[in-house]
Ligand binder design. Sequence first.
Ligand code: 13P
Ligand code: SF4
Length: 328
Amino acid sequence: MATTTLNYEPMVFNPRKGEEAPLSAIQQEVLALKKERNAVILAHNYQVDEIQRVADYVGDSLGLAYCAAETDADCIVFCGVHFMAETAKIVNPSKTVILPDMDAGCSLADSCPAEKLAAYKQANPNVYVVAYINCSAAVKALCDVICTSGNAKKIIDNVPADRDILFVPDQNLGQWVSKQTGREMQLWPGSCYAHVLFTQQAIEKIKLQFPEAMVVAHPECVETVRDNADEVCSTEKMIGYCRDSDAEQFIVVTEPGMIHRLQREVPEKTFIAGPTDTCACNECRFMKMNTIQKLRDCLRDLSPQIEMPEAVRKEAYVPLKRMLDWSK
Ligand code: 13P
Ligand code: SF4
């Protein structure tokens, strides 16, 4: 049973009033370099607000993959984590793809090394592998189709009914989509280090403080958190859900960078960062490695760049292209 005592100050974002602050000198510098380089800046919803404000597009993994595939800019600056920038290179190989911090990885992607998946496939040659996009290019190259949190249901519904599915690397998203579709699947034992820190108890406690608030959670959260949420969806779908709902307050159970866009696009409502048992919010340390200074430097130097062997890229393109086609 939850107690009313919180051991942190809730992080509350009240309705936004007035104009946004003008862009800083370094943000202006980024925009000038972007023009000079004929670059497009793509940013994930978890990036810091300073970066989101200079991006051409801010969105979830699916929207960003489409943007990367369709851009005619010479250079894609990917403000997100490594697997996202790699995806941009896979779908649009003639472009220079740069990432502000090459160490911006992902614990979920790391939980499925390609050698382990290859060994599993060797022992189970008939398995149909569906990979959440949060995985390396080498893992994508071993898969039949990719999905994101935004299209997972649609993708699973398209998998031939007579095939046994292995879902990698996120057991939580896999379990969620299995429940949604009624399709049994084997789940790789991977997870996001940040999303598993949200607990049912922490959400129950914050709900006692904000009883009118709707709880919106990312499918990477554990089952007890998902089952007690009012909505479970991708970061992009959170925008539409909060905008269209009659509710005025939302507890946002994902990385708190999400709230920048929510505040910008749904300014009249209140957002509360989803807490863990010990903290008022739960930042992804990888997403937060990118800073406006590193963004400026990578545009100036056109470095660090994403590279991969062409053979891997070609193989990884097949399941990614299948995803882009199936989710249209
Ligand atoms: P979305 O595709 O829903 O933005 O999720 C990406 C991610 O890494 C969540 O942790
Ligand atoms: Fe990876 Fe989790 Fe960070 Fe998303 S929040 S990028 S899944 S570590």
